[in-house]
Design a protein around this ligand. Structure first.
Ligand code: ATR
Length: 272
């Protein structure tokens, strides 16, 4: 039976083994998906050995998402642009192929939960400029967003994203985040603020249109203070759990041969 897994450190909190295990059961597929704790200094050796152990691929998470790019034999354009990979395929000839499906997962979540969302209806506003934000920016630009506003506590990281992703980006100062929402059609929290145990993301929302679609990459809790306030202002909201589920689907299909569905049962299992 084909083996796959998720490589990270720490890895005990990953939802991926539960999610892939559920899909394997659901579709009656032979296969196993395991959590694999790996220290950074061992990453290269582990990756070299996994194909020999029967692994057909792996997901990659913190802190290895950037480092795997230098260890892979082939890297998709989008993974190279984002600067990180989350999905590896070990080919029969032993070569490692690296892709990034985070942006796909982000867009698929919006399309599933807000079917009338139109990326070109108005500016997108992205709060945050870390690794997750880079995938969001790439996928929004790919989807046809014409103006993409971005802000980050550390302004330089937002400037770097603009330098790499180009002319459609407009950098706002962190103190101007409220103004950034003025006229925005799509608003994304791509910071870790609002996560259980962290401070909430506090953004003045007076300028936010009730026509905006607001989403959060944080999914613990599902309803972040940011989403709660946006909903109270009449905005359509989409929580971040679906991005996690959808980013997993392409890897599962490549490794185990069946495109898995992302539905309410899948959500429930991933939260257990
Ligand atoms: P990830 O890969 O999950 O995006 P990351 O690269 O560490 O993780 O990025 C975390 C994001 O949350 C960044 O945008 C970070 O802002 P900085 O670049 O200024 O660090 C943001 N973030 C985390 N804690 C924050 C805080 N207390 N206030 C504002 N932004 C914060």
């Amino acid at each position: 039976a084909p083996l796959a897994g998720v490589i990270g450190m720490p890895i005990t909190h990953s939802r991926s083994p539960r999610l892939h295990g559920y899909w394997l059961d659901r579709y009656g597929l032979a296969g196993h998906y395991v959590p694999i704790p790996v220290m950074p200094e061992h990453l290269a050796e582990v990756l070299r050995n996994m194909p020999r152990m029967g692994f057909v691929g792996a997901n990659v998470t913190i802190p290895h998402k950037e480092a795997v790019l230098t260890l892979a034999d082939t890297v998709t354009d989008r993974a190279a642009l984002i600067g990180a990979a989350n999905t590896l395929i070990f080919r029969p000839d032993g070569k490692i192929h690296a892709d990034n499906t985070d942006g796909y997962g982000f867009i698929a979540n919006l399309r599933q939960n807000a079917p009338d969302w139109q990326p070109d209806r108005g500016p997108a506003a992205v709060i945050g400029a870390g690794g997750a934000a880079r995938a969001v920016v790439a996928s929004l630009l790919d989807s046809g967003v014409r103006e993409l506003r971005i802000t980050n506590r550390t302004r330089l990281r937002a400037e770097q994203i603009k330098a790499e992703f180009g002319a459609r980006l407009v950098v706002y100062d962190w103190a101007q985040v409220g103004n950034m929402l003025d006229g925005a059609a799509t608003v994304v929290n791509a910071t870790s603020l609002g996560m259980q145990g962290k401070q909430p993301l506090r953004v003045p929302m007076d300028a936010l249109s009730p026509d905006a679609l607001v989403t959060d990459l944080v999914y613990t809790p599902l309803m972040t203070p940011f989403l709660t306030e946006a909903q109270a202002r009449g905005c359509r909201i989409v929580d971040g759990l679906g991005m996690l589920l959808h980013q997993a689907a392409p890897g599962f299909e490549r490794w185990f041969g069946h495109r898995p569905e992302v539905d309410d049962d899948t959500r429930r299992i991933a939260l257990e």
